[in-house]
Design a protein around this ligand. Structure first.
Ligand code: 13P
Length: 248
């Protein structure tokens, strides 16, 4: 399976910025070649604009979150069906910023992943330890617990993407060492074998946390790394495409 390079635009940019970024990506991505799949996840309000610009291109569009139910009285929320309706193929779920800012639990993230699947979206379930959890030797335990709590039971492997994002590496410029990334990704693969069973080796496991053109090739070359989830560098088209060009 091709690596997936996903851009998480987070809460950045006005409509004119989203338009410029999407148009630039569309124009420049023709040269990016077929080595990987590209996905961008704009803020909800810019999804229609970005989906329209990227329609007909090979760049997928996704959401940054969705609600755990299909519709109803949930002020300010967005359903998976609404994202799908606008042309989204993926949705990021359980990002550490949502776990921290909105108190999202593993159980809620699992419910959201189930709702996303029901809406026809591919969930990108995020896991990752804090600096304190890593320094106290808990990283692998925390990640296994998050996976077991947030991946829907018995789901089809080909519809799942997992992202390993160490909290301390997000937006800090610090990246996990290639050895640490390989260790965690191998552990995620092992845990997934028990959760999704057959075909678990097909689940793409993305690395996220200060991925840049300068470090992408080494990170993407590690065992069981099936792509990257990119924050800051995804707001610069040339950097995002340079990361994509680093796919093995
Ligand atoms: P940065 O690439 O800015 O560290 O963000 C990573 C991230 O959180 C992607 O979801």
């Amino acid at each position: 399976m091709k690596p997936l390079i996903a851009g998480n635009w987070k809460m950045n940019g006005l409509a004119a910025d989203a338009r410029a970024l999407a148009e630039d990506l569309k124009a420049s991505s023709q040269a990016a070649g077929p080595a990987c799949e590209l996905l961008v996840c704009p803020p909800f309000l810019h999804v229609p604009l970005v989906a329209e610009i990227l329609g007909g291109s090979s760049i997928h569009v996704g959401g940054q979150d969705c609600h755990a139910t299909a519709s109803g009285a949930h002020t300010g929320d967005t359903s998976g069906a609404m994202l799908r309706d606008l042309g989204c193929s993926h949705v990021i779920l359980g990002h550490s910023e949502r776990r921290a800012d909105h108190g999202e639990s593993d159980a809620l993230i699992r419910a959201k992943a189930e709702a996303a699947l029901a809406a026809g979206l591919v969930p990108i379930v995020c896991v990752g330890e804090t600096a304190g959890e890593r320094s106290s030797g808990q990283a692998l335990t925390v990640i296994a617990r998050q996976l077991k709590g947030s991946v829907p039971v018995g789901m089809a492997a080909e519809r799942l993407v997992v992202a390993y994002e160490p909290v301390w590496a997000i937006g800090t410029g610090d990246t996990a060492t290639p050895g640490d990334v390989a260790e965690v990704h191998n552990e995620i693969r092992r845990v997934l074998a028990g959760l999704v069973g057959e075909g678990s080796d097909q689940v793409r496991i993305l690395y996220g946390g200060s991925v840049k053109p300068e470090n992408a090739a080494e990170l993407l070359a590690q065992s069981n790394v099936g792509g990257a989830l990119v924050g800051g560098a995804s707001l610069k088209p040339q950097d995002f495409l340079a990361i994509a060009a680093s796919c093995p």
